[in-house]
Design a protein around this ligand. Structure first.
Ligand code: HEM
Length: 208
């Protein structure tokens, strides 16, 4: 069976794999294993996984090109929606369990604490992407416009990493790893088109 046929079957384990962090949180909650500060634990865990899934989403197009596996594109939407799912959980932990749905208090926090501003920007940018993720919206907006809109994921991921980096005051090891991953994933998108366009005229000249 070719890889393209496997994709249909891989989608189910992929779905279950993406559900594992949320499942673990529920399991730990049921077994009273969410540390002495469960709200902080849930908040940090969901924030971490939001960032991981944003990176996974951003990794799919480069992987697809490097491995010459076009079928991988079929995982991109799902990965992006999982990033949004964990982002919503993260936001809910903050607005519900910490701020008791006091949106005025939240906006005060957004204005006064730069790391919250960055998190807020990252989250808000994810909303139009999740809403327009369906093929119906690709058609409605037109491929080019849809692609432009979905480039907001770059800004969302950058704001997410800045949010994490600013949050961690002393040990920046893990945020710096996310910075490195993002530099590779976004750098690939800048460098590869430059290399390709530099090669094209050269090839053109050879063929003449
Ligand atoms: C309205 C949006 C958001 C708010 C209000 C918010 C708020 C917070 C707060 C209060 C913390 C904990 C700070 C502390 O312990 O001192 C935190 C941690 C974190 N947030 Fe957010 N956040 C938002 C969006 C996001 C988004 C979109 C991402 C990912 C792209 C994200 C990723 C993280 C990460 C990775 C951590 C730290 C986890 C750790 O320390 O292990 N946040 N956030």
């Amino acid at each position: 069976m070719g890889f393209s046929r496997w994709v249909k079957w891989i989608k189910i384990p992929f779905f279950l794999l993406c559900l594992v962090p949320a499942g673990l949180l529920v399991w730990k909650g049921v077994h009273y294993e969410l540390t002495a500060n469960p709200v902080e634990y849930i908040r940090n865990d969901t924030g971490f996984w939001t960032l991981v899934f944003l990176c996974v989403t951003l990794a799919i197009s480069p992987l697809r090109q490097v491995l010459h596996r076009n079928e991988l594109i079929r995982f991109r939407r799902q990965a992006g929606l999982w990033a949004f799912f964990y982002g919503v959980l993260h936001f809910l932990t903050y607005i519900w369990l910490e701020q008791s749905f006091n949106f005025a208090l939240m906006m005060d926090d957004v204005v006064k604490r730069p790391f919250i501003t960055a998190g807020f920007i990252s989250f808000v940018l994810m909303i139009p992407l999740a809403l327009t993720s369906t093929s119906g919206w690709v058609r409605r907006l037109g491929g080019k416009r849809w692609q432009w809109l979905h480039r907001l994921i770059y800004l969302s991921a950058i704001a997410g990493v800045v949010h994490y980096y600013w949050k961690v005051k002393s040990d920046t090891t893990i945020p710096m790893r996310f910075v490195a991953v993002l530099v590779i994933l976004l750098g690939y998108r800048v460098v590869v088109p430059i290399i390709k366009s530099a090669r094209q005229p050269a090839r053109h000249a050879v063929s003449h």
